[in-house]
Design a protein around this ligand. Sequence first.
Ligand code: ATP
Ligand code: MG
Length: 511
Amino acid sequence: MSSDSPMAKPLPPDLEAIDLSKRFGSVVALDRVSLHLKPASFHALLGENGAGKSTLVKCVMGFYQPTSGKVCVGKKARAIANPAAAHKLGIGMVYQHFTSVSAMTVAENLVLSRFDSPLLIDWRKETEQLEAFMAAAPFPLPLDRSVSELAAGEKQKLEILKQLYLQSRILILDEPTSVLTPDEADEVLGLLREEVINRKLSVLMISHKFREVTAFADRVTILRKGKLAGHGSLKDLSVADMGAMMLGEVRTVQSIRKTKLENPATVLELRGLGANKDNGLPAIEDINLTIARGEIVGIAGVSGNGQKELVEVLSGQRSLVTGRVCVNGKPYRSTRKAMTEHQVYVLPEEPLYNACVPHMSVAENLALRTFDRPPQSKRGFLFLNVIRRMAQTLIEAFAIRTPSTQTPVRNLSGGNIQRTVLARELSSETIQLSIASNPCFGLDFAAAAYIRGQILAARNRGVAILLVSEDLDELLALCDRLLVMSEGKLVYESAIGDADLATIGRRMAGH
Ligand SMILES: Nc1ncnc2c1ncn2[C@@H]1O[C@H](COP(=O)(O)OP(=O)(O)OP(=O)(O)O)[C@@H](O)[C@H]1O
Ligand SMILES: [Mg+2]
C-alpha cells in the first residue's frame, strides 16, 4: 500500500450537511440535522429504527432533495440533483442489498458500474486497467469469476470495490455488515479503516452494532426521531452514552425467563427432507428434525448454506424433492389453507419482498393472514374499519413507526418493515408453530431486545419455534436446542446447555 509521498493524492473532500430537513407529506423524517464528515475520518451514524439515518444519507447522495438546509462538499454548497452528481463530487454509496448482476463476471460488473460506460468496450484496455486496479485494491477478487459464484461476503466486497473503482473518495455504507459474518465484517471494515488511515478515503457508516462502531469509527453522529441527538469523538463516548442519546431515556427491557412444559407434544417433524436450489443443484439434503411445543430450536450457519431454501420449503415457496413434513402428527403441505389450519406463521428473509405487498398499506399488510375471516370479513365483505382498528392495535403493541395505517409499507424504514411483519406473524393468540429467519435483522438494539422477548414469550405460551439466524449470540440466548447447517446438511446438534462454541465454529466453517 502506498504511503504518503509528495505525489500522494489530495485528501478526500470535506463533507458537511447543514441544517438538513426532509419532509414526506406530514412526516418530518429529518429536522434540521447537521453532520460533519472530516477528510479521512471514519464516521458512524447511529439511531433507532426510523430515526432518519437512511434519509440523511439519501439527501447527501441526491436520491432525495432536502426540504431545507444544504450539503457542502469541499466547503462549497452543492445542489446534488441525483446519485450521478454525487459521484462526480467523489461520493459513493454501498447499499444494504446487493446491486451486482449475478449472471456477469466481476470484471463486467465493474465496467458496467461506470456512468460513462462507452457503448463499445475495448476489453483489452479495460482488462489491463482492471488488473492494475485489483492489484492495488484493499481486497482483491478474481475478475473472471461470475458474481453468482461469490459468497455473500465477497459480493459485499464487490459492492465496495465498485465504489473504489469509480474513484469515490467518500464512501457511505448503509448497514454494510448485515449480510456478513462477524469475521467477514471485521475484515472488510478493518481494510476500509486502513484506507482511511492512509488518508485515501472518508467513510460514513450507518450501523446498529456498537461493537463495530467502537472498533472502527473515530467519530459518531446520533439521531433520534429525526433530530440530532448528539455527536462527538469515540474517545469521549461510552456505549452507554451513545445508547442513552439514541433512546433519549433509559428504557429497561424486562427479561423473560424460560418456563418448561411437561411432556410437550411434537409439533414439527421433518424426515429426510431434500430440496434444490434455483439452478437445480441440491440445496438441502436429508434434514431430520423435530420441534416440540414450547421449544425453540435454532439453526446456526453461514448464510447461503441452505437455510433460506429450508425456510422456503416450510413456507410453501419451494417444493421438496425428497422426504416429508409433519405438523401435529399429520402430513403437511405448506399451502395457505394448511398454514391457517395448523396456525403456522413464517418470518422470511427480506420481509419487504417475501412477506409484504410493498405498495399496499401497513393495515392491509398487517391483515394479509386474516382478512378473509371474521371479524375482518364475512361472506366476502371486507370490514375496512375493523382491519384498520386491528392494525392500529398492532402498530401500538409493536411500536411500528408509521405516519398512518394507510401508508404504503414500502415507505417505512427498514426496521419498521421488519416490525410490521413480526407483528403480523407473532401476534396471533392461537399460533402453534413459528418459523423465523433472522428476525432481528436491521433492528436497533432496543427493538431487537423487544422482539427477542416476544419470541421467548411465545415459546412460554407453548409455541414451537424454528429460529434460523446468523447471529450466534441471539441463538445462544434464545434456543433450547442448537443445530448447525453447513452445505445443506445438519452437521451438529446439542442441547443449549451442552453447546460447545469451538465445535460450533468449526462446523459452521465446514470442518
Ligand atoms: N419515501 C418515503 N415516503 C414516506 N416516508 C418515508 C420515506 N422514506 C422514509 N420515510 C419515513 O421517514 C422516517 C425515517 O426513515 P429512515 O428510513 O430514514 O429511517 P432509518 O433511521 O434509516 O431507520 P432503519 O434503522 O429502520 O433503517 C420514517 O418514519 C419513515 O417512515
Ligand atoms: Mg435505514
